[in-house]
Design a protein around this ligand. Structure first.
Ligand SMILES: Cc1cc2nc3c(=O)[nH]c(=O)nc-3n(C[C@H](O)[C@H](O)[C@H](O)COP(=O)(O)OP(=O)(O)OC[C@H]3O[C@@H](n4cnc5c(N)ncnc54)[C@H](O)[C@@H]3O)c2cc1C
Length: 434
């Protein structure tokens, strides 16, 4: 890997997301060698992926080059690689570019989509955890309309214009709202020769309320906003299967569609080699103690989405959100330094700063610890918080400019099919019917 051996202890961090980045920052200017490994050479600001998927933002504006952040940091090394195995007996990681030894390992690999072992759903539906996946959705949505335009068979045209989003959490809600806004303001202008009223956006949620985890007021208001935007919200409905043509549910309603976006579950992005006792089946994350140390290991820590720290208030671990990841990343850096200096470590106490979701223009819901509000003001708060949280000055400026432009012009400029998506569905409609 071309990393020099020094007398300084080597801390290897796997993952440059919110948690890994916070940990790496906290380890700057210490007598340590820090190695950050990520399979992407950039940090992804996941909360805005849905805007990339719906043509509202360019992908580059929500990604930040990891090397740039650490340009001036001494004893810091970044390697672009996927870690495939932890060999804890010999304190070694196996990666796609070779092996590396560690003195201390921090796992910050985040999460992946949970399809709950449904191979059909996994094969045919779209996920949105990364920039390439958001771009796939953007391409597919636009390709659907290009195909629908040429499709003379009504049933097939409707299937191309029928969108099913599974999962009524923030990702599903935000995506459904953004698609509804495209339907209202953009698609009728882009496709004047297609009856866009035939487009349907279905949001399916297995429980009785959207945005589980937020207040019931936020949940009800979000549903109200979505329905007003023309989204069909299906509650208490569970998706059982999707064969690339029809979404089968446990109810009487089934959906003929060419596009299913799966936002119904996440699980920790685990790495092979860890002993089984530290992997929790539910919620499929690595079990850590209150210092973020992985159960059964002295020199391995885990932070962020991949880690499950059970506490009295958080029976299944902290929410898989940016704030717990950042706060755990910061504290683990302090705890690693404390350990190396022989000092006492600090317990993690989560400071809940609240949660929020946007449904569309002037429509958002915000739950702060002491104040809950919805509507236009909530939307501005949502924008401010997300803009402020983005990494990199350039990204902040570009996103801000895009938002101002989109707001004034009622537009989403980046509706481009740069990299066509090859659908995996059973057959391609337009070949038969052009
Ligand atoms: C669409 C979407 C919307 C969201 N919206 C919100 C929101 O509004 N508010 C909020 O608080 N949270 C939101 N979240 C959740 C939030 O983004 C995550 O909780 C947060 O990113 C977790 O941080 P992390 O550092 O644990 O993982 P991540 O940020 O996912 O980072 C993990 C990193 O590890 C790397 N990696 C993984 N496996 C390997 C490997 N084997 N080898 C090398 N590198 C690896 C990945 O490339 C990635 O860079 C959203 C998530 C998604 C997907």
């Amino acid at each position: 890997m071309n990393i020099p051996q020094t007398s300084a202890p080597r801390v290897v961090i796997v993952g440059g997301g919110f948690a890994g980045l916070a940990a790496a920052r906290g380890l700057e200017e210490q007598e340590l060698q820090v190695v950050l490994i990520d399979k992407h050479n950039y940090h992804t600001f996941q909360p805005l992926l849905y805007q990339v998927a719906t043509g509202g933002l360019e992908p580059d504006s929500i990604a930040f080059p990891l090397r740039k952040r650490f340009n001036d940091v001494e004893n810091f090394y970044f390697r672009l690689a996927e870690v495939v195995k932890v060999d804890s007996e010999s304190n070694k990681l196996e990666t796609t570019i070779g092996c590396i030894e560690y003195d201390i390992l921090i796992l910050a690999t985040g999460s992946t989509t949970n399809f709950f072992d449904n191979t059909n759903v996994q094969k045919y539906s779209m996920e949105m955890k990364s920039v390439p996946q958001a771009l796939n959705i953007r391409s597919l949505v636009l390709e659907n309309f290009e195909e629908a335009l040429l499709e003379s068979n009504l049933e097939k045209r409707l299937a191309l214009m029928n969108f099913v989003i599974v999962g009524g959490g923030p990702t599903g809600v935000e995506l459904a709202g953004a698609l509804a806004e495209m339907k209202k303001g953009i698609l009728p202008k882009d496709y004047p020769d297609l009856d866009i009223r035939q487009m349907k956006i279905n949001l399916i949620q297995s429980s009785g309320e959207l945005l589980k985890g937020m207040s019931s007021k936020a949940s009800k208001k979000a549903e109200d906003f979505l329905r007003k935007l023309g989204v069909d919200v299906w509650k208490n409905l569970r998706v059982l299967d999707y064969d690339g043509e029809t979404v089968m549910t446990n109810g009487e309603d089934h959906f003929k569609t060419q596009t299913v976006i799966w936002a119904a579950g996440v699980k920790g992005a685990l790495i092979d080699g860890m002993h089984v006792d530290c992997i929790l089946e539910r919620p499929c994350r690595v079990k850590v103690d209150k210092y973020s140390r992985v159960d059964g290991y002295d020199n391995i820590y885990a932070v962020g989405d991949v880690a499950c720290m059970k506490t009295e208030s958080y029976e299944y671990g902290h929410p898989m959100m940016a704030q717990p990841a950042i706060q755990q990343g910061r504290l683990v850096a302090k705890n690693v330094i404390a350990e190396l200096k022989g000092n006492a470590q600090k317990e993690f106490i989560y400071k809940d700063r609240g949660s929020m979701a946007t449904i569309g223009r002037n429509k958002a819901v915000v739950d702060l610890p002491k104040w809950k509000f919805q509507g236009v003001f909530a939307w501005f708060v949502w924008m401010f918080v997300h803009l402020f949280s983005l990494i990199g000055f350039r990204n902040k400026v570009i996103v801000f400019m895009n938002w101002v432009y989109n707001y004034i012009r009622f537009d989403r400029e980046t509706r481009l099919i740069i990299r066509p998506y090859k659908r995996k569905n059973k057959y391609s409609f337009n070949k038969e019917h052009v």
